[in-house]
Ligand binder design. Sequence first.
Ligand code: GLC
Length: 575
Amino acid sequence: MIIKAAAGNSLPGDPDWWKKAVFYQIYPRSFMDSNGDGFGDLQGIIDRLDYLNDGTPASLGIDAIWFSPFFPSPDRDFGYDVADYCAIDPRYGTMADFDRLVEEAHRRKIRILLDLVMNHTSSEHPWFQESRSSRNNPKRDWYIWRDGRGPGKRPPNNWRNNFFGPAWTWDEKTGQYYLHSFLKEQPDLNWYNQEVREAVFAVVRFWLDRGVDGFRLDVAHLYCKDPELRNNPPYWRRRKPAESLPAGDRTLIMNLFYYLGAPEFQVKIYNEHHPETHRVLKELRRVLDEYPAKTSVGEILGEDAGVLASYYGTGSDELHMNFYFDLMHCRWSAGAFRRCIERWERLLPPEAWPAYALSNHDVVRAISRYDQGGEGERRARLLALMLLTLRGSPFIYYGEEIGMKEARLPKRLLKDPVGRKWYPLHRGRDGARTPMQWSDSPAAGFSSGTPWLPVGPEIGKRNVAAQDSDPASLLNFYRRLIWLCKDLPVLQQGAYRSLVAGVPADCYCYLRELAGSKAAVALNFSRAPRTVDLSPEGRSWRLALSTDYRRTGESGISTLKLGPGEGCLLLEVGG
Ligand code: GLC
């Protein structure tokens, strides 16, 4: 293995930093607009880095940022259709701005993860332009081209794309179909082609050489498909995986998704999770390992948690981390969350390190997902406490820390192709991508111009300025929690164990344990007070943090009283 010297811009240090880090996802278009054009930009992000971490508990205290793409893109899928992997879209700034962003972030000990969207490119990427120019172009085989079937020239097989519709589009000029797992403007790369792999790894090295600390891998479970392109079987032939979130533990919407024919009445056995993809990810890991202290986190989607866990390889030869999305699909129930975590802990290889998120740019924000009966705000605190204290790296989605809610936008304002196509059945993903709410001004302090999407609801209280000085605010809860976790090795590295004895069924409790020190987390999912007996695990506990900010200074606890919807973090005294 060649270990490169740290590039000029790199942060030196702990190769395992990503296991201790709190991550923050920025959707660059919506974070901060510095030039008034209504789009977020890199300078805007630089201007707000101190908010994220200025080295003091007055800031949020995050350790790493994952940026959704800011590469040149025709924006058919808002950056997830990349037209040039090694440049910055001028609307976001220049490469010099990017270098400054890395430098300024690193100066604050904030690491940088980029979004590597490598299942597909934009149809405007020069690679595809060449590939589609003629059947014998040298890049023809960089994408997946096939003849039509039969005299009617039907598509090569029955595969459907993930935004609904056929996965094949006919190209008039060269008389063949090409494959696309998403929009027709997002043609899939052919990962069986060695030149494609080399080209992608060159992109990876390009950014690592500029000092980035790792990558989030977009839909990495789709990279390789069945080389014979066999038809997927119909949905009724689906066998329920042994290891999955049971219907009773899933949100209603996810159950509808699974039982009303997702994904489009077929079982995707031939176009997802192909064994060759694991070989690609192992090769990618070797590229990352050429550099010190890099990391990766995969977006691997699927129903079978056993399959999802396999993307860790042995635990250290494939993905560093892999989001476990079942956590986002749990219905509001202590048991559902507990079983979900227990399943993942049980399935992971010993060295594997979990990554958890409750919100991102593709799903309804958690605070709105769980807002039944107006409980969203209280539940957001409980979820924050859980996210930050589970074993694994937490990913916070921008605005989650101030309780930004999902916006319900009318069709005419929708930008996301999913919403535009399926409205009102599906409003798409714009509702989770609205501008960061810095203040209660009309454009939320995000822009001096007109934001590309309208600002979200309840701007009066859900903004940074309003919450900054309010000790009871969600923002200040996040700040206390994150800074507290930094000082507690047991929370960063300790083993996880669920507590069941002495715990009411509608509470979720667990222990974190490290070399004799113990932390307990007790989460009351019910709307009534509850009592948890901690005495079997330790005689005396001290309250380190409650979701109820008025509650401080308690110690000598063995039986913990929880208010409705309250969560507490406790440390064993003398442990
Ligand atoms: C991932 C991204 C999503 C995008 C899709 C296609 O799921 O998170 O936003 O639409 O990939 O690239």
